[in-house]
Design a protein around this ligand. Structure first.
Ligand SMILES: NC(=O)c1ccc[n+]([C@@H]2O[C@H](COP(=O)([O-])OP(=O)(O)OC[C@H]3O[C@@H](n4cnc5c(N)ncnc54)[C@H](O)[C@@H]3O)[C@@H](O)[C@H]2O)c1
Length: 303
């Protein structure tokens, strides 16, 4: 199959591109390199350095005879979405809508969309949250992801576009940006390697559901190969406190550094985890890669 991976120079999109190529597919990447990196791009992929809002995107779909779209390009910073919600909406909503229109025009067989299970449910949801839990997005980023999910339902119903939405929890692994404001594992790995103590915002008892990028990749392989459509959580259902995660990282680094604590961040959820039962039932997916092994691989990848 010939697949367009948007955001294929980024953290998750580049791992997905690698896996699709390994599985024998042809991959075309569109990325504007705003947060992605050329070094992440698989040399066997055809790369177009383009912004998704650029009208030339249409030529890519027309000339490359794309059959499926895996849409991972996004403005993915919650903080930036708060400071510049219009930029967030332009990238995450408008550019996606233009891509969806092209998907209809060029008879795309499958559209896979990266949404968020970490940010979409909000604080009111039960922990772990299921797909049926109410959505209470509390940032422009999460609002934009939920908006696109609604558009996807529309495109599926009205244009018969087969859409799979994957709501990821907190994804971690090699190639994650260690200098962003999210991606706590990447940030702490880099700090430890640079002999700087990890800095926790708040008391560290806040929890997150950390899913390995390799499990996310296997979810994207299954989503491509199946005729199923709908919205699915992709996480582990396990809550890990930031403090216990940080202690594990300090241990594996072998460094004698004392964890630092700063003031809590405004608007951050206290607890977060998502159930993956629906995805397991329909696709047979389970997170099966050892947390500790991927943590070590991630740490080593930043050395
Ligand atoms: N990392 C996580 O924990 C997580 C969790 C839930 C959902 N997601 C979603 O998964 C997707 C990938 O996230 P990531 O962590 O790999 O982020 P990333 O920033 O590493 O990747 C995003 C990629 O999109 C590209 N991009 C951004 N705007 C673009 C535009 N207008 N045109 C073309 N390319 C553009 C960037 O250059 C980058 O390569 C995003 O949609 C994100 O919202 C990520």
């Amino acid at each position: 199959m010939k697949i367009l991976v948007t955001g294929g120079a980024g953290f998750i999109g580049s791992h997905i591109s690698d896996a699709y190529i390994k599985a024998g597919h042809e991959v075309v990447i569109i990325d504007n390199l705003s947060s992605g990196r050329k070094e992440n791009i698989n040399p066997q992929a055809k790369f177009y350095e383009l912004d998704l809002l650029d009208p030339k995107v249409e030529n890519v779909l027309k000339n490359e005879k794309i059959q499926a779209i895996n849409h991972h390009a996004a403005q993915s910073s919650v903080e930036r979405s708060v400071s510049d919600p219009a930029h967030d909406a332009n990238t995450n909503i408008i550019a996606t809508l233009q891509l969806l229109q092209l998907a209809v025009t060029y008879h795309i067989e499958k559209f896979i969309f990266a949404s968020t299970g970490g940010a979409i449910y909000g604080d009111q949801a039960p922990v772990p949250a299921s797909e049926e839990s109410p959505c209470n997005p509390s940032s422009p980023y999460a609002i934009s992801k939920l908006s696109v999910e609604h558009y996807l339902k529309f495109y599926q119903k009205v244009h018969n576009l087969n859409c799979v939405t994957l709501r990821y929890s907190n994804v971690f692994g090699p190639r994650q940006d260690p200098y962003g404001e999210s991606g706590v594992i990447a940030i702490f790995c880099k700090r430890l390697i640079e002999n700087t103590a990890p800095l926790i915002f708040g008391d560290g008892k806040q929890t997150r559901d950390f899913v390995s990028v390799f499990d996310v990749v296997s979810a994207n392989l299954l989503a491509l190969d199946s005729d199923s459509s709908g919205i699915f959580n992709v996480g582990t259902g396990i809550e890990t406190s930031i403090l216990s995660l940080t202690e594990a990282l300090v241990r594996l680094s072998g460094k004698n550094l004392e964890i630092q604590f700063g003031p809590p961040r405004q608007g951050e959820p206290r607890r977060s985890a998502i159930k993956y039962d629906k995805f397991k039932k329909q696709f047979g997916w389970e997170p099966n890669i050892s947390f500790d092994a991927v943590l070590l691989e991630t740490y080593k990848s930043f050395s």
